[in-house]
Design a protein around this ligand. Structure first.
Ligand code: GLY
Length: 353
């Protein structure tokens, strides 16, 4: 079963293909783009990279925040020059979200913009990072501080790649799928994985189509992320992004309940959805709630006071100036668990799910 999700952005429109074997569409995509050559930057084994149908330079890459730097972008652009990549050629990324981010930025900057096609191989990258045109790298001062909006020309989400993922990596992606439940995707539990990815991408496409530059409703995609980002920092990234977002999603439900925006059943639904995906729902016991609040004040949505995307009578929306004492109380009331318990079996299990 395959799904095609259009992202309609005028002359920057593209399709996201989802399903088993869709990577084989790469040669056709490059032909349609009129590319004569391609640079494929891949964090995966050579045999994962599909035929491009054109003269190709294959560059090895490594997933991971450590490699998401301006010096990686500079090194990639140098390789593009030496290969003779022109503006009518194409860059292809193959790997997780950190790879699609850094390769996307290199494509955005090289010759002031060359087409990029993403082949995301992690669930997190398929449902979120590779779609919507956000590219970026980290600075020593923080994550994603330098970047550009650069829409891909196509995204191929090949679900065959997911069967090779360690269980924890798969669960990480489900953190982003779980939050879709509360921002307009409806209940995705019970759908096939391809359908869940396609539904998450469809939701994101609809949001990006009306707010490509993240000036308004694109904030909805950050449901569960305010606490999630703070937890990632507080645990030194021992919690994976999707795990931290899952805890942040449960917290967002409780906070919406405490503010009288949703009823008890809706608060409980947050826990049920997160648990359905086997994701953690408690705060790591060693983490200082005051440090979390300090970190959340630095969130980019927090122009004045603390800001969260919260569910409510009209659906999810950005809520600014959330009283700090309510945030502190809801944090205090969150269940606690040891970090190793939260990460649990999934971390110990390095084998494919
Ligand atoms: N990952 C959130 C966004 O693309 O806006």
């Amino acid at each position: 079963m395959r799904r095609t999700v259009p992202v309609r952005l005028g002359d920057r429109s593209y399709e996201v293909l989802v399903g088993p074997g869709v990577r084989a569409s790469l040669a056709g995509v490059l032909r349609r783009l009129g590319a004569e050559r391609a640079v494929v930057v891949s964090a995966r084994p050579e045999e994962w990279v599909p035929d491009t149908g054109v003269e190709t330079l294959l560059l090895p890459a490594r997933d991971g925040e450590r490699h998401k730097t301006l010096s990686t972008v500079e090194a990639l652009c140098g390789e593009f020059v030496r290969f003779g990549l022109t503006r009518s050629d194409v860059v292809v990324s193959c790997g997780g979200g950190t790879t699609t981010d850094v390769v996307g930025l290199a494509a955005a900057l090289y010759h002031r913009g060359v087409a990029v096609v993403h082949l995301p191989t992690s669930l997190l990258a398929q449902v979120d990072a590779s779609v919507g045109g956000k590219t970026g790298v980290n600075l020593p001062e923080g994550k994603n501080l330098v970047g550009a909006f650069w829409q891909p020309s196509a995204v191929l989400c090949d679900t065959d790649h997911l069967s090779t993922l360690p269980r924890r990596e798969l669960r990480n992606g489900f953190g982003e799928i779980a939050r879709c439940h509360f921002i307009g995707a409806g209940d995705l539990r019970g759908l096939s994985l391809t359908e869940q990815i396609a539904a998450s991408v469809t939701l994101k496409a609809g949001i990006v189509e009306v707010d490509e530059r993240d000036a308004g409703i694109r904030h909805l995609l950050n449901y569960g992320h305010t606490l999630g980002h703070a937890l990632e920092v507080a645990t030194g990234f021992a919690l994976r992004h999707g795990e931290a977002v899952a805890i942040g999603t449960v917290f967002a439900g409780r906070l919406a309940g405490a503010l009288g925006r949703v009823d008890r059943a809706r608060v409980d639904e947050h826990l049920a959805v997160v648990r359905h995906y086997g994701l953690p729902a408690a705060l790591p016991s060693g983490v200082d709630p005051a440090a979390l609040v300090r970190q959340m004040r630095r969130d980019k949505k927090a122009i004045t006071g603390l800001a969260f995307v919260l569910d409510g009578p009209a659906g999810a929306e950005l809520v600014s100036d959330v009283p700090e004492d309510v945030v502190a109380r809801v944090l205090d009331e969150m269940p606690r668990a040891r970090l190793d318990e939260l990460v649990g079996d999934a971390a110990a299990d390095a084998a494919p799910a």
